[in-house]
Design a protein around this ligand. Structure first.
Ligand code: NVA
Length: 363
């Protein structure tokens, strides 16, 4: 790297103007394994299917629809002048094993979970799902090119994911009771999607894939230049990933999922921001994709910022779109519901590699 060439990896917030992004893929996907870590987070409808269908390809009509929606999203990004990079997928049906367990893969749809980009640094995260153990291989070529051009690239300690780290009898905590999770604290675990970046302040939650050891590792790794704030969630559903719950949109503007956060319980520094309380999501009619959905209807909030004004929102969510427009945002509506069975929506499907901006303190 010469001093004239800027680092290809540079992201400090969820909203700075986007220049380069990795978008996931639905190729080579199979239905997720029937493991307690998966059962702890997916909707009941999918739970019923897992024993008979785990490891099988998705129905072709569903896959085709997801492919078309994804292509339209990629076209939109490229049309806006943003560079889009893609993973190199491999067959998720192949079994693999470690000294302690074996599993099949799942898919490559959500680069948001396995990697956290903080400044010029790619951090590989220790994910709790065994089926995701080798998912990162799909991104090695693109990360190698970023490394060759100046990016920093580290991995948190590789977890062992032995039976002892899971509670197979786990059930979601009833409202009003302390939250409990399917994973314990015996090793470091976190998914990047449980963290949201606002410059020097990073907000996170504990979940069925992120434990306190994971938060502590990240705090220690980032050091004094960052503050990692652990938020108290009231998500009694099946918490996994904060990016449909707490969505920073621009300096001073934050979209909040009222089913997951009690506004009074948010830290005082956050309550100084303009809090946009999301409306109930519009529900899709029953259909092929809803039988395989991995997420709740609140996935509606899994929106993606092109910059601090332009947002990509799922086309059914017109109420949310109107509210965001009232707050000064320009909303692009796109169909994306068939991506839900692959694990997410726009924010999950992306990893923003470079956004124009500098490291700031917004609080
Ligand atoms: N697990 C969340 C979605 C996170 C993007 C939900 O199902 O609501």
């Amino acid at each position: 790297m010469t001093s004239e060439q800027p680092c290809p990896v540079s992201t400090h917030t969820e909203w700075d103007p986007l220049e380069e992004v990795i978008v996931g893929s639905v190729e080579d996907a199979v239905i997720a394994p029937d493991h307690c870590s998966v059962r702890a987070v997916v909707p009941d409808k999918l739970l019923a299917r897992l024993p008979g269908e785990q490891g099988r390809p998705f129905p072709p009509a569903l896959l085709d629809a997801a492919r078309r929606e994804l292509q339209a999203f990629v076209d939109l990004l490229q049309g806006a002048g943003i560079t889009v990079r893609r993973p190199v997928t491999h067959d998720s049906a192949i079994s693999f094993k470690t000294p302690y367990w074996s599993s099949r893969g799942f898919c490559y749809a959500c680069p948001r979970d396995g990697f956290l980009i903080i400044g010029d640094q790619i951090i590989e995260t220790p994910m709790a799902w065994r089926s995701r153990f080798f998912e990162g291989y799909a991104y090695k070529p693109v990360f190698q090119s970023y490394f060759d051009n100046g990016a920093r690239w580290v991995a948190a300690p590789r977890p062992m994911l032995r039976d002892e780290v899971y509670d197979p009898a786990h059930t979601p905590s009833p409202p009003g009771m302390p939250m409990t999770y399917v994973i314990n604290e015996s090793e470091i675990l976190f998914d990047a999607a449980d963290f949201m970046r606002c410059g020097r302040d990073i907000f996170c939650q504990l979940s069925n894939v992120t434990n306190m050891a994971g938060v502590t590792w990240l705090r220690r790794h980032l050091g004094d230049g960052y503050k990692v704030h652990l938020l108290k969630t009231v998500n009694w559903r099946k918490p996994m990933h904060i990016d449909a719950s707490f969505i920073p949109l621009a300096p001073g503007k934050l979209l909040i999922n009222p089913a997951d956060f009690d506004v009074e319980g948010l830290p005082p520094l956050v309550r100084k921001w303009d809090l946009i309380i999301a409306p109930e999501p519009e529900k899709a009619p029953p259909g092929l994709f809803s039988d395989y959905n991995m997420c709740s209807d609140w996935l509606a909030l899994n929106i993606f910022s092109l910059d601090e004004k332009r947002l990509v929102v799922e086309q059914r969510q017109t109420g949310l779109a109107r509210l965001l427009e009232k707050h000064g945002f320009d909303v692009v509506l796109l169909p994306f519901e068939h991506y839900n069975p692959f694990g997410g929506a726009f924010h999950c499907a992306t990893l923003d590699v470079r956004r124009r901006g500098t490291l700031e303190s917004y609080f």
